[in-house]
Design a protein around this ligand. Structure first.
Ligand SMILES: Nc1ncnc2c1ncn2[C@@H]1O[C@H](COP(=O)(O)OP(=O)(O)O)[C@@H](O)[C@H]1O
Ligand SMILES: [Mg+2]
Length: 632
């Protein structure tokens, strides 16, 4: 019988497991229109799909009617046996056609569903990539990625299972109930009366299933987190040195046991659901035979009608059950779409102006003109629905820079010094437009960075920060990321300039050595030198160094410093430094404190002043100098 057709009852089951709280959500206006917009390119497929679903439903009611006809002919023993065989052949033919239709339906629904996934995925990737840095500092990457994946897949299901389910169930239900009604309204009404007997308890089971499913997701996530945290070298060491392995195992066992119990419980709930559905259908079938037989004896029904009714009945309950939860299904699908749209609607705060001009190639000056800045608040860069994967906010926006003005002439080296948290990195971030100034203007080559094309700005500026990031890819690919067109000679020239050519020549696979997280482990100093080679390859007119040697031991520091000397030669440089030799050679030193420039001048001038810089010199740089001199 059809209630036990795995597709229908599985879908109904899944539907009852869905989080029913979605029905409480209100969707912005226009969501439906936008979903139709997404479906637009698949208009042809959708039409075919719907036609096929209808055809299949028609076959679904035709077959029982034909079977009833056969029974009538047998009962009357009239006509010829050949007629019966012909009808049986028609039934067989319909079954074959129905099989073909089912394949074709799946083909169209898969085409539509996968197409929608493809469209949404590429759009979301492209869009998230354009988000400002602030967005990424607030959002946990892993959680964001899985959230987006889930929503995109939820949106796909809207087209495959939800749409096809709703359409085929509605059509099937209307046709089946209509035909049954025309055969015997009494039996149809009685069969329908039985429905709440099943659907109401099913809802309760569905609720309970939602709860325990959610609990087991949480437990699984926390077990996974425990495993990934402890089953790596650093975590394992920590457990060995400080941990209590038996207590850890105990807590793990506790969670695993609960997952086991939930598994058993949910299997039983699931089976109860199916059993109840099958049982109600079986009871109803008995009722049809009993009542139908009685009506047949009184001449109100033919034997064939009774058989047709019994067969049709099996096609009544599946769709009814599935449709009883349709609000939740449709809302879940819409909410998935809505969350994807929400991400696509997030305006990148840093976008290219429509009248943007390239940064002039011949002017490599940097200018800060009364720049004030606060980091954007959560509301500006994040999404309400992403807040669960965002980092908690520490208070409202706080002004970090206050009226900062200075100018770096082409070819000059300007050093920024100051205590940690003074705002040095923030100043450096405003130049390549990782953030936009809240007040005042930052100019590169004489034009406001907000009016410059993003591409020309990126080409004009090279940045080396504390921790250079390398993609998990070959050295060649990492370098070409900065300059896709570079030749082999240019690569080596850059590597030699960054004082790392010799090391790479010594590697068995040379430029094809894979580096990064899971590749060849470069030391901090080697990584920095590769990052410098990347900048050299790009050949920007302006170089920004943000404590490029801060995390290195003295030996690497010397090597990296040599590489940096090459990188800075002949370029406009803004250097956040903690090494005295760099600072001493600066054309100008800006002392930053609490987001303000408090002193400026050369090393000698500032020392003579005997102010903030002289303090810093005594407490920080003099020490470092001694150390470097020793190593050198
Ligand atoms: N992404 C951020 N969001 C909010 N506040 C930030 C962010 N980055 C830095 N800050 C704050 O801005 C101030 C200046 O930081 P930063 O420019 O990194 O200082 P420095 O580089 O001089 O050590 C600090 O108070 C810091 O907490
Ligand atoms: Mg910093």
């Amino acid at each position: 019988m059809d209630v036990s057709s795995p597709m229908t009852s599985m879908a109904a089951m899944r539907s009852f497991r869905r989080d029913s709280s979605v029905t409480g959500r209100t969707l912005p206006k226009g969501t439906v229109r936008r979903i139709l917009g997404i479906a637009g390119p698949y208009r042809r497929e959708l039409t075919f799909f719907l036609l096929l679903v209808m055809a299949s439903s028609v076959i679904g009611v035709l077959t029982p009617l034909l079977a009833g006809d056969i029974v009538n002919r047998i009962a009357r023993l009239a006509g010829n046996a050949g007629g019966i065989v012909r009808i049986a052949l028609v039934i067989a033919g319909l079954a074959v056609i129905d099989g073909a239709i089912s394949l074709a339906t799946r083909w169209f629904s898969a085409r539509i569903g996968e197409g929608v996934i493809y469209d949404l995925r590429s759009r979301v990737f492209e869009h998230v990539q354009r988000m400002p840095v602030a967005f990424f500092t607030r959002t946990q990457t892993g959680a964001l990625v899985s959230r987006l994946n889930n929503d995109v897949i939820g949106a796909q299901q809207a087209f495959t299972s939800t749409l096809s389910g709703v359409v085929s169930n509605v059509i099937g239900l209307v046709l089946t109930a209509g035909v049954m009604f025309s055969l015997s309204w009494q039996i149809t009404v009685l069969s329908l009366v039985l429905v709440p007997l099943f659907v109401l308890p099913a809802r309760r089971i569905g609720k309970r299933l939602q709860e325990i499913t959610r609990e087991s997701y949480g437990l699984n996530a926390s077990m996974n987190a425990s495993m990934t945290e402890r089953f790596n070298v650093a975590g394992a060491l920590l457990v060995k040195l400080f941990g209590r392995p038996s207590a850890e195992a105990e807590s793990f066992r506790g969670r695993a046991a609960r997952v086991r119990d939930i598994g058993v419980l949910s299997a039983m709930y699931g089976r109860t659901f199916f059993t109840a559905l099958t049982l109600v259908a079986a009871l109803a079938t008995a009722l049809v035979y009993g009542l139908g037989g009685w009506l047949a004896f009184s001449g109100q029904l033919s034997p064939g009608d009774v058989v047709a009714l019994a067969l049709l009945l099996s096609r009544l309950y599946g769709p009814l059950t599935a449709l009883s939860n349709v609000r939740v299904d449709v809302m879940s699908a819409m909410v998935s779409f809505d969350r994807v749209f929400e991400v696509l609607d997030l305006r990148p705060m840093i976008a290219e102006a429509s009248d943007a001009v390239p940064v002039p190639a011949d002017d490599r000056s940097i200018e800060f003109d009364h720049v004030s800045f606060s980091y954007p608040s959560a509301a500006d860069v994040s999404l309400p629905s992403l807040e669960e994967v965002s980092l908690p906010e520490h208070g409202g926006p706080v002004a970090v820079l206050h009226g900062v003005s200075f100018r770096v002439e082409p070819g000059q080296l300007v050093a920024l010094v100051g205590h940690s948290g003074a705002g040095k990195s923030t100043i450096a971030n405003l130049v390549p437009r990782l953030y936009d100034a809240t007040e005042g203007a930052v100019r590169v080559g004489g034009i406001d960075v907000r009016r410059a094309t993003l591409g020309s700005l990126r080409d004009a500026i090279g940045v080396v920060s504390q921790d250079a990031h390398l993609f998990h890819d070959s050295i060649r690919a990492n370098l070409l990321y900065a300059a896709p067109e570079a030749t082999e000679e240019e690569l080596w020239e850059a590597l030699d300039g960054a004082r790392i050519g010799a090391l790479i020549r010594g590697l068995p696979e040379g430029l094809d050595t894979v580096v990064g997280d899971r590749g060849y482990r470069m030391s901090g100093g080697e990584k920095q030198r590769l990052a410098i080679a990347r900048v050299l390859l790009k050949g920007p007119g302006i170089v920004i160094l943000d404590e490029a040697t801060a995390h290195l031991d003295s030996e690497s520091e010397v090597a990296v410093q040599h590489a940096l000397d090459t990188a800075l030669a002949g370029r406009t440089s803004l250097v956040i430094a903690h090494r005295l030799s760099t600072i001493r050679s600066a054309d100008q030193i800006l002392v930053i404190d609490d987001g303000r420039i408090v002193e400026s001048g050369t090393h000698v001038e500032l020392l003579a002043l005997g102010g903030r810089y002289a303090d810093l010199y005594r407490t920080q740089f003099a020490d470092g100098e001694r150390r470097t001199v020793e190593v050198a």
